[in-house]
Design a protein around this ligand. Structure first.
Ligand code: HEC
Length: 145
């Protein structure tokens, strides 16, 4: 029983490693609709991060930041697939700052976490200014270049 469980975990870890190595964009959104869902999860995760920052809940903040790293990784992969380098770079910067938030929060360094959260939020505006638009119905869409 124990051994079987170990094998399946090892297999899972292997699959994840292979998956990331071969297709870094395994879970990246492919369509505009999927991208919209990704951005909605960015918004929700930022909300949770803010709340945990205010509440000085370092452990919960670290968990949110970890989630954000994954989301921004997919964000970057989406733009890389669309050959839009500057957007991919902003998403990568957001991912790196989220990773720093996770690191700082894990070390209970809330000041450091706040600093990187601020830097992370700077990337949102940069990308939105160039690539976010409002559709006829008022919802957000990807700006046509
Ligand atoms: C690399 C580009 C890029 C980055 C970085 C980025 N966004 Fe976006 N975001 C977009 C685009 C393009 C849209 C419009 C497309 C859409 O919503 O379907 C958008 C839409 C949104 C929406 C509206 C979603 C909806 O439809 O209701 C929210 C909320 C959002 N972003 C939050 C953020 C936050 C917070 C960050 C930073 C932590 C961020 N985004 C970083 C490109 C980006």
């Amino acid at each position: 029983m124990r051994a079987a469980r170990f094998v399946s975990l090892a297999t899972l870890a292997w699959l994840i490693a292979i998956g990331f190595a071969v297709v870094p964009s395994a879970q990246a959104p492919a369509s505009d609709e999927e991208f919209d869902k990704l951005m909605k999860s960015v918004g929700a995760t930022v909300g949770a991060m803010r709340k945990n920052m205010e509440g000085q809940a370092a452990e919960a903040l670290a968990a949110d930041a970890k989630k954000m790293v994954e989301i921004q990784k997919n964000n970057a992969a989406f733009w890389t697939a669309r050959k839009t380098q500057d957007a991919a770079d902003w998403a990568t910067a957001a991912m790196n700052h989220a990773a720093e938030v996770e690191k700082a929060a894990s070390a209970n360094n809330m000041a450091g976490a706040a600093e990187h959260m601020k830097l992370m939020m700077g990337t949102c505006g940069q990308c939105h200014t160039k690539y976010r638009d409002k559709g006829a119905d008022g919802s957000y869409i990807i700006k046509k270049q």
